[in-house]
Design a protein around this ligand. Structure first.
Ligand code: SF4
Length: 217
């Protein structure tokens, strides 16, 4: 497979066969609880977030209720997710802004989402894709690593990887595909688990590869 387009077509097809269903990994009830869950998942596993959020929702599960909860109380509950001082401050802050500026609703634009405290482009992309069904290609560490291993990008940085993947895959495939890549990354293609020659995917997209592949963070 010599061209990036050929590799992308193979990967899209093969991952759809392996993961026909693409359930959202973070448990949530609506756009707001998804936004908060994604924020909590920074440097934390989805599994851990899903253990913590039922306790957080018991405290408050709407922006209006959360805006009334002391930051220290939020921090106590979310401590197992790590970075809890910053995350608690961000959750309190964004909840207040949603009430004051967005009538208690999660805004449906990248720009307004990325204005919220603790919400970067990746988090905004996850919410746009998984809560609102708007095509997006959030690039996390798994996707950044696999896209390099599959020779779809040079991995200069996550912005470059996002731009390359958006160019290579049809827009209507993005929302399911980014989840499928994450699923494959977690199940088979871990950070230290492979040198890039083991499984059928790399053997198909990089048959010439003889030495372990190094990826940029
Ligand atoms: S060979 Fe290794 S690096 Fe390549 S896709 Fe398979 S598990 Fe990932």
């Amino acid at each position: 497979m010599t061209t990036k387009v050929e590799r992308a077509e193979f990967i899209d097809r093969r991952l759809a066969e392996l993961y026909p269903e693409t359930p959202v990994p973070l448990d949530h009830r609506d756009a707001y609880t998804l936004l908060v869950a994604v924020l909590l998942s920074a440097q934390c596993t989805d599994k851990r977030v899903n253990l913590v959020t039922p306790h957080l929702w018991a405290l408050a599960d709407t922006p209006a209720k959360m805006a009334l909860v002391p930051v220290a109380e939020i921090q106590r509950v979310i401590r197992p997710c790590g970075l809890s001082p910053q995350k608690a401050k961000a959750i309190a802050g964004l909840s207040r802004i949603l009430v004051e500026k967005h009538r208690g609703q999660v805004p449906r634009t990248f720009a307004e989402l990325e204005e919220l405290p603790g919400v970067g482009h990746k988090t905004a992309s996850v919410v746009m894709a998984q809560a609102f069904g708007v095509p997006a290609f959030p690039v996390d560490t798994h996707i950044h690593r696999l896209a390099q291993r599959w020779k779809l990008t040079n991995g200069h940085n996550v912005e470059q990887t996002e731009a390359d993947l958006k160019r290579l895959f049809p827009q209507e495939r993005w929302n399911q595909l980014h989840l499928r890549i994450i699923f494959y990354g977690r199940e088979h293609c871990t950070a230290h688990g492979c040198d890039g020659t083991d499984c059928e995917i790399c053997r198909t997209v990089a048959p010439e590869r003889k030495r372990p592949v190094k990826t940029k963070k």
